[in-house]
Write a protein that binds this ligand. Structure first.
Ligand SMILES: [Zn+2]
Ligand SMILES: [Zn+2]
Ligand SMILES: [Zn+2]
Length: 126
């Protein structure tokens, strides 16, 4: 396994060269197999990934396509998780609630920030 990283770099090079040929195709992405390692290549730029899902999602940035649509305002999103966060604004649902004061949050990040504020507030001032 000593020269593992070296061989990866070489594969990367070969993938790029092959990719330039495949780029002429009108497909959104192409596949190439190098030493039994399958890679998916973006047809618009040099991006490549061993996961087809990554490339499919990446290609959307070029096409401007947004496969996930809000059923309330029909706003489109590239990623499903972004749509879910957006939908919460319409439903008013707040899945993250503070166990100390009951305040609700749509995003875990803001909930964490809030909880940390409680922790620091526990010091003398209250
Ligand atoms: Zn690309
Ligand atoms: Zn919406
Ligand atoms: Zn709270």
């Amino acid at each position: 396994m000593g020269d593992f990283s070296q061989s990866i770099t070489k594969n990367e090079e070969q993938a790029r060269n092959l990719f330039r040929l495949l780029k002429k195709n009108k497909e959104m992405f192409s596949t190439v197999v190098i030493r039994n390692v399958k890679r998916f290549l973006c047809s618009f730029c040099d991006y490549s990934s061993p996961l087809s899902a990554n490339v499919k999602r990446h290609v959307l940035q070029h096409t401007g396509e947004r496969p996930f649509h809000c059923s309330y305002c029909s706003k489109g999103f590239i990623e499903k998780k972004n749509l879910i966060t957006h939908m919460l604004r319409h439903t008013g649902e707040r899945p993250f609630s503070c166990s100390l004061c009951g305040k609700g949050f749509t995003q875990k990040r803001s909930w964490t920030t809030h909880m940390l504020r409680h922790c620091s507030a526990e010091s003398p001032q209250v």
